[in-house]
Design a protein around this ligand. Structure first.
Ligand code: NAP
Length: 522
């Protein structure tokens, strides 16, 4: 890679639009109307620079009102998946040879286009992912942040890397792209995670096949269109909606696949890891797997803490976006001395939460993503009601959409299923701890290790949590959701994944390989 001279202003997180300002509110209403007028449009696959239609189609729905079809999509087949990998492989020599500065320019253009259409993307997220206005806004801002942050990171990595100089030699280390990457995002951050994983791979010189979630393919299609508009060549990426169970294995196992970048559930992540580890006929490398998976995130509330702040943070982390964040608080572990008071304060907070269609700004919680998700969550609520005491919620909320009430189940033992298993909905298990040491032990009693928070005014307890709370993202006296690009590089331990630290200085290295060159000069 040629060294770069381009410099950019220091990275800054994208500010959020304030929807209490009447003009912004009107702009959002207009965007919702515009997007609604595009409901039901058909989107094609993109393979080797060509738009492709399939006989079978599938539809994505508005989870606030499932009778509305947001987009109609082609359904990739295993043959098309193999074709997509071959097409991305064929273009890799061209794309990997482009100068990093040129790729960075396209990425900055992507950020700029997203910024210009921020409110429109907000509206797509409201309708296809069931995000409330502020949740949608935070996601689009995060997508912009990934583009801006990785653009700067690429410039840093394209400069000569520091090496010790041996006498009589010129010693260098440079970074090269890997090859064809398969990008598999989840539906819960269908823009930010998809965009982050995709642009990290592209800006480092890899070509990719993007397989979006079947629940949110329209947002993905909109982002694919934006990449083209920003100047990414139509052959640098393939866009391949379709069922993960139908095409996933072909993409992962293909001998020309060099790496897989996945975010999603534990089970799918483990399957990808296993399949990718087995070399296929003609394969010349060990595939790299970047897998960010589930969470069972806990907030510890110490006896010595600001209880009101802790209650607010638990409510926001447990019920924001209907508890469908990998970082959502699904376990509150509370010191026995303040346990009853904590519950007494939390219950009315949950009961004050408004649940309904996400396009109506008065609702704090929208729908869960699908009928299937709703059923799973309701089943867990049933299990939880036997494992503990349901304090509030405990079932569906009224309306046409997939609405579930914010639910708190107290007196949960650490062996309980709802303490151990990821539910991915608005269900909070509350557990009593004997003291701080016990709380820490309970928090770590999980196969996951993604985010966690502690509320405590005791410096010794905070010190201990920093040392022993085994999570990739630890927060002290604040909520456990809302990681910001640059400030909180994101990724988890244990079954939460490979700890990739998205939005941090280690991330782009996952998409590169280092070449060391020593030349004798005297
Ligand atoms: P999922 O069911 O694992 O699906 C994720 C993606 O994998 C989708 O695109 C899906 O496609 C695809 N897929 C399904 N089966 C596949 C297979 N056999 N081979 C290859 N790909 C396959 O997860 P989800 O329900 O979308 O997302 C929720 C999960 O993501 C939660 O566990 C959450 O904690 C996790 N998550 C983690 C992070 C993190 O940073 N750690 C961030 C966000 C979410 P289809 O949609 O077509 O099935």
């Amino acid at each position: 890679m040629a060294s770069q001279t381009q410099t950019l202003p220091e990275f800054r997180n994208e500010p959020y639009t304030d929807f209490s300002v009447p003009a912004n509110r009107r702009a959002m209403e207009a965007a919702l109307e515009k997007v609604r007028a595009e409901f039901g449009h058909e989107y094609d696959l993109l393979i080797g620079g060509e738009w492709v239609k399939t006989v079978d189609k599938f539809r994505s729905l508005n989870p606030s009102n499932p009778s509305e079809v947001v987009g109609v999509h082609q359904k990739a087949t295993p043959d098309l998946a193999a074709r997509a990998i071959e097409a991305a492989y064929a273009y890799f020599p061209d794309w990997s040879a482009t100068l990093p500065a040129e790729r960075v320019r396209k990425l900055l253009r992507t950020a700029q286009l997203l910024r210009e259409r921020k409110i429109e993307f907000d509206a797509w997220l409201v309708y296809e992912a069931g995000k409330t206005w502020p949740e949608a806004e935070a996601e689009v801002a995060e997508a912009i942040d990934f583009c801006e942050y990785y653009a700067r990171e690429m410039l840093r990595l394209a400069t000569p890397q520091p090496t010790v100089q041996m006498p009589g030699e010129k010693d260098e280390m440079i970074y090269l792209p890997l090859g064809v990457g398969v990008i598999i995002p989840p539906w819960n951050f269908p823009l930010a995670i998809l965009a982050g994983m995709t642009v990290a791979a592209l800006v480092t010189g890899n070509t990719v096949v993007i397989k979006p979630s079947s629940d949110t393919p329209t947002i993905a299609a909109k982002f694919a269109e934006l990449l083209l508009e920003a100047g990414f060549p139509a052959r640098s990426f393939c866009f391949l909606p379709g069922s993960g169970s139908a095409v996933g294995d072909v993409l992962v196992e293909h001998p020309k696949t060099r790496f897989v970048c996945f975010t999603g559930s534990r089970d799918v992540g483990l399957r990808i890891n296993e399949l990718a580890a087995k070399p296929q006929k003609g394969q010349r490398w060990i595939k790299r797997v970047i897998a960010e998976m589930g969470g069972k995130d806990a907030i510890i509330v110490d006896a010595e803490s600001d209880l009101d702040k802790a209650v607010d943070a638990v409510a926001a982390s447990a019920f924001g976006y209907q508890g469908q964040k990998c970082s959502a608080c699904s376990r509150a572990i509370v010191d026995q001395r303040i346990y009853d008071e904590f519950l007494a304060k939390l219950k009315p907070k949950a009961e004050a939460i408004t649940v309904g269609p996400s396009d109506q700004p008065g609702n704090f919680m929208g729908p869960v993503i699908s009928e299937r998700a709703k059923r799973t969550i309701l089943d867990y609520i049933e299990v939880g009601s036997k494992e503990g005491k349901t304090i509030t919620g405990g079932g569906e909320a009224v309306g046409n959409g997939y609405f579930v009430k914010p639910t708190i189940i107290a007196d949960i033992d650490s062996k309980a299923r709802i303490f151990q298993e990821e539910i991915f909905g608005p269900v909070l298990a509350v557990t009593k701890a004997k003291d701080f040491q016990h709380a820490l032990k309970l928090a770590n009693d999980s196969e996951y290790g993604l985010t966690g928070a502690i509320f405590s005014n005791n410096p010794e307890h905070v010190r201990e949590a920093r040392e022993k709370f085994f999570v990739g993202n630890l927060y002290v006296n604040r909520k456990c959701t809302g990681a910001m690009v640059g400030a909180h590089p994101f990724g988890g331990f244990n079954m939460s994944g490979t700890d990739s630290k998205a939005g941090g200085p280690d991330y782009l290295l996952l998409f590169l390989q280092a070449k060391s060159i020593a030349e004798r000069v005297s």
